[in-house]
Design a protein around this ligand. Sequence first.
Ligand code: PNS
Length: 166
Amino acid sequence: MSRPETLTAIYPGSFDPITKGHEDIIRRTLRMVDRLIVGVAHTSTQVKRGLFSVDERVELIRSVFADDDRVAVMSFEGLLVTFARAQGATIVIRGLRAVSDFEYELQMAQMNQELWPDIQTVFLAPEVDFSFLSSSLVREVAALGGDVSRFVSPPVLAGLRSRLGG
Ligand code: PNS
């Protein structure tokens, strides 16, 4: 497979909500590709019921990356590989925080490769300061009144406060 002129990657996930760990992965990806589509999945195996709606998550990510026109934010339904192909993206980006992430991530990468052999999954390691961070922990800490301002950007913090109070 030849390299496309514009290298487009997809960073899929639940992003409920986007954290500074996700932001770090997005910035690292932008050093390697021309264009990045952040894909907010309507259905994820991880999140049953969201704190934010999919449209709200998309808007929060857009507000964090409003200054960078290389980043597009979209939601998608159905298979990731179908979405990737429709967007002309051949690279899937996933962050790997710890070994515990690895088994699930490898299974997904290999299944996606079975479904569409042109897709390549690239795993990136986040900055070590963010290796403990997850959206679910941010939701839980914020819901219990803890300070999450170190873990999310200002628009997300404002969203959490308006959703959860405090
Ligand atoms: O942030 P998450 O919840 O770990 O992201 C999981 C996600 C959205 C990447 C995964 O559930 C996904 O790709 N969903 C789309 C449906 C799909 O393609 N499923 C088969 C994956 S092998």
